[in-house]
Design a protein. Structure first.
Length: 322
């Protein structure tokens, strides 16, 4: 009886020693798993849930009067089709969403609603136009309205919606409202679309669409314009050299930052006037951190009026340096 008791004690001792050895062995091979309590749930911000967009949206802008149907939405994009758009069309859901996500991440701003509201038409309303969160025309939504296409494939159809997103960039980035450069002199600088061309090139590159970027570059490289003079090559002689030499995306972003910070605005952050040529060159020189007058002379020609405007711009905006 005593022997059995002694054997049991010995077994218990060996079991205890073995357990200790098992617990310590393998310390060189793996880290112990340590359970830690979850963070205090009161410290976590509650996820903000966006409202479900309306199923229908009745147009009340320009000559548009269709009732549109919502066909897609997520936290970045809402897509509406008019009654004639083929309901098998789905590529805008990803592509336009990617453009908007890239744009928000890169340029910032655009009000409290994180979504882009994209409208597509078939057989009506050729071309496109934007809407802005600070205007009631499109119910205070950042919107693009794209018309007249069949939209059946992504290939051949991305340029128009991307162009329209640029109008939101130029008119609503970094909290500013309006576009001092939109329009032709003396009421603007780059017309409707010349700045959009380098933005589109940047977006295609930013989304990894190299073939589309090369296609677009080939398309716009030798486009000729008569603003401000005959045989003006905006992309070839101005935007593309600046983009490639002075920081690519960074120089475009910096331009809009400087414009939003320094160009005259009212109490509601609306720009109060349009920009002139000298101011345009001055602001872009600030973005590039180098004097771009020589580049401007090559691209646009140079007049005594431009010279005077640039001289005055340096006086009026002394914090823009290069």
């Amino acid at each position: 009886m005593i022997r059995k008791f002694q054997v049991c004690l010995l077994c218990l001792f060996l079991l205890a020693v073995g357990s200790t050895m098992v617990a310590c062995s393998g310390g060189d091979d793996e880290e112990p798993v340590i359970d830690t309590p979850d963070d205090d749930p009161d410290d976590e911000e509650e996820e903000v849930k966006l409202p479900v967009p309306p199923e229908f949206w009745t147009e009340h802008w320009h000559d548009h009067r269709q009732t549109l149907e919502r066909v897609y939405y997520d936290d970045d994009l809402v897509v509406y089709f008019d009654k004639d758009v083929d309901r098998t069309v789905r590529w805008p859901f990803q592509y336009v969403g990617d453009v908007w996500r890239y744009t928000k991440k890169t340029y910032g701003g655009y009000g409290d609603d994180p979504r882009l509201w994209a409208v597509f038409h078939t057989g009506r309303h050729s071309g496109g136009h934007p809407g802005y969160y600070f205007d009631s025309d499109h119910d205070n939504r950042n919107a693009i309205d794209c018309g007249d296409g069949t939209w059946l494939t992504q290939e051949g159809n991305i340029d128009l919606p991307t162009h329209e997103v640029f109008h939101i960039v130029e008119s609503a980035s970094f909290g500013a409202k309006g576009s001092p450069g939109f329009g032709n002199p003396p009421n603007g600088v780059w017309g409707d679309s010349k700045f959009a061309e380098i933005y589109q090139y940047d977006v295609y590159l930013g989304l990894g669409l190299t073939a589309e970027a090369n296609r677009w570059k080939d398309h716009v490289m030798n486009q000729v314009n008569d603003n401000p003079k005959a045989l003006t090559y905006w992309f070839r002689d101005w935007f593309y050299p600046i983009y490639t030499k002075y920081g690519k995306t960074k120089v475009l972003v910096e331009y809009f930052k400087l414009q939003a910070k320094y160009f005259p605005k009212d109490a509601n952050n609306h720009f109060t006037r349009q920009m002139n040529w000298g101011e345009f060159v001055h602001f872009f020189s600030g973005a590039a951190k180098t004097d771009l007058q020589e580049t401007a002379e090559t691209a646009f020609g140079w007049t005594t009026e431009m010279e005077g405007q640039l001289y005055q711009a340096k006086i009026d905006f002394p914090d823009i340096t290069y």
